[in-house]
Design a binder for this molecule. Sequence first.
Ligand code: MN
Length: 130
Amino acid sequence: MKKLTRILYVEDNLTYRRIIRSLLTLEGYEILEAGDGLLALSIAERGHPDLILIDIDLPGIDGIECTLRLKKMPELANIPVVALTGAGNVEDRERMLAAGCERYLQKPVTPTELLTTLQQVLGIRTGRVQ
Ligand code: MN
């Protein structure tokens, strides 16, 4: 059986969660979800995702702190992290990249922009027509 690529999506906005979940599921990814940063850490530990897609503005610890903690956990540090946020602020962008995120996407993100970025970070080439 083909193993699906597993993405942990960390997002507190339920509307966004639903939209991105549908998109990624249709695209053939397996999705794990967390609504806050601490839950994300425990789900990542148990679920071993191939990539983490994370919102910056989260309840409790934010996406930056969550990424910093992930990068300190030896078994999770190698999982690529893509930040997805509404905060269009350059400081956040730099803090996110400094925390160890591979890429930074600003909402609203187009399906093509998101899927292309995920494929690039995962090193996947699919036959999907853009
Ligand atoms: Mn948020």
